[in-house]
Design a binder for this molecule. Structure first.
Ligand SMILES: [Zn+2]
Length: 232
């Protein structure tokens, strides 16, 4: 992969004892220029960071040592864990995001990301499926890396979660059954049989990731069919 440039962000602390690296979280910077993003991620007043930043040309910057707890996830949840920063590595992609008109991710950047994921998953024995987006772990607050992020390309290289091509379980019919599967996948979804604010946000996050052409926050047949193609 491209040479890694080292920057030093002060925005990190120690990982809690005995917690191993278990997740990789993908972000977009949501800023116009990579220089602005680097400045912000290294600004002690901003109190945010990530382990890596990849620019649009595929150049990779390391900002926080892998062993340290970078501050990229914020209030979040996945598969029963709330201290996502404590168990994860954060990768920022230089991309203007929703506020910047949702630009496409370009090939050199995604190639560099794939190289970095290969390297990190091997080095730390991270399950290759355990690569998710910021919006998956913070559906009420975050939309990154956004619906244009190429999760399918990652899947074709063996990375990330993806539905199987044939159903693994019955197509869920009730709201409660939909909530149940979303919770098993890892989302912070209530189990109350109603589409409340949180459930709607979780459905949107799921759709943004797995059915990016249909982001409704409602129970559609595509949503139900896709959910049935996850392990029970
Ligand atoms: Zn983010």
């Amino acid at each position: 992969m491209s040479l890694i440039h080292h920057y030093q962000s002060p925005n990190f602390d120690e990982r809690p004892n005995h917690q191993c690296l278990d997740l990789i979280i993908i972000h977009y910077t949501g800023m116009e220029k990579v220089k602005e993003a680097l400045t912000r991620l290294c600004d002690p007043l901003a109190k945010v960071s990530a382990h890596y930043l990849i620019d649009q040309k595929g150049q990779c910057y390391q900002l926080v040592d892998d062993q340290k707890r970078a501050w990229h996830a914020g209030v979040s949840y996945w598969q029963g864990i709330r201290d996502i920063n404590g168990i994860s590595l954060g990768i920022e992609l230089d991309n203007g995001g929703h506020d910047g008109g949702l630009p496409f991710f370009l090939e050199p950047q995604i190639q560099a990301l794939l190289s970095l994921l290969t390297c990190l998953s091997q080095k730390y024995h991270i399950n290759k499926k355990k690569i998710i987006g910021h919006s998956d772990i913070a559906p009420l607050r975050k939309m990154d890396p956004g619906e244009l992020f190429p999760w399918l390309t990652l899947h074709q290289h063996g990375f990330g979660l993806w539905p199987t091509s044939t159903p693994q379980q019955a197509v869920p019919q009730s709201i409660r059954d939909v909530q149940k599967i979303l919770r098993i996948i890892g989302y912070d979804c209530p189990l109350n049989g109603i589409i409340d604010h949180q459930t709607e946000a979780v459905i949107r996050a799921f759709q943004r990731h797995f059915t990016p052409t249909e982001i409704t926050g409602t129970l559609t047949s595509q949503l139900k069919d896709t959910l049935s193609c996850f392990e029970a």
